[in-house]
Design a protein around this ligand. Structure first.
Ligand code: GAR
Length: 207
């Protein structure tokens, strides 16, 4: 059975598109059950609409606080029966209550660097690539990792893909090279988790 997933986005949604395409071509045994954004009017929401996938927007300012917004998000995810949550360019840190409401549902995040390097609070998008270039590193890449409450970019690595840093790179050039690999990595990670779940489901209960 196809793994129902929730994809959380904040902007462009090119990784969401890679996931939607992989689902449509049966490259992964999964389906996007809902797309959730924390910003209204972003291109990722148009991508969801074009693919015929339901979406919802939870902006912080419409809730008393972050926990209330994130519980509402978790309710929406539970409501469509999603069994995996994918953060694909989601720019907020999830409140602990999100994980409590979705206990047992794995959450994974995509980060545009080789964690544990260049991660942590405030490290998003071009800031990450600028830090990689400033460090003089000869390679970068992307990481898909598990997400746990109260930690940022520290969960177990599911997939990592590497790219070289080239002599004339600027953050935009490096970002583009990494992004190509992100589109592969996020699909690979979902495939891994979907097949692990299929194996679990096929195993008789241990006595
Ligand atoms: C991606 O590069 C993703 O790795 C990054 O945001 C971009 C979203 O692109 N996420 C982070 O930096 C998380 N710390 P997209 O909206 O086109 O998928």
């Amino acid at each position: 059975m196809k793994l129902p997933i929730a994809v959380l986005v904040s902007g462009r949604g090119s990784n969401l598109q890679a996931i939607l395409d992989a689902c449509a071509s049966d490259a992964i045994d999964a389906r996007v059950a809902i797309v959730i954004s924390n910003h209204a009017g972003v291109p990722a929401l148009e991508r969801a609409a074009l693919a015929g996938v339901p979406s919802a927007v939870f902006t912080l300012r419409t809730y008393p606080d972050r926990s209330a917004a994130h519980v509402a998000m978790a309710e929406a995810i539970a409501g469509v029966g999603a069994k995996l949550v994918v953060l694909a360019g989601f720019d907020h840190i999830l409140a602990p209550v999100f994980f409590v409401r979705l206990a047992g549902v794995p959450v994974i995040n995509l980060h545009p660097a080789l964690l544990p390097l260049f991660g942590g609070r405030g490290m998003h998008g071009d800031k990450v690539h600028a830090a990689v270039l400033a460090s003089g590193a000869s390679e970068s890449g992307c990481t898909v990792h598990r997400v746990h409450p109260e930690t940022v970019d520290l969960g177990e690595v599911v997939v990592q893909r590497r790219v070289p840093v080239l002599p004339n790179d600027d953050p935009a050039k490096l970002a583009a090279r990494v992004l190509e690999q992100e589109h592969v990595a996020i699909v690979e990670a979902i495939r891994k988790l979907a097949s692990a779940r299929a194996v679990e489901a096929a195993q008789p209960l241990a006595r």
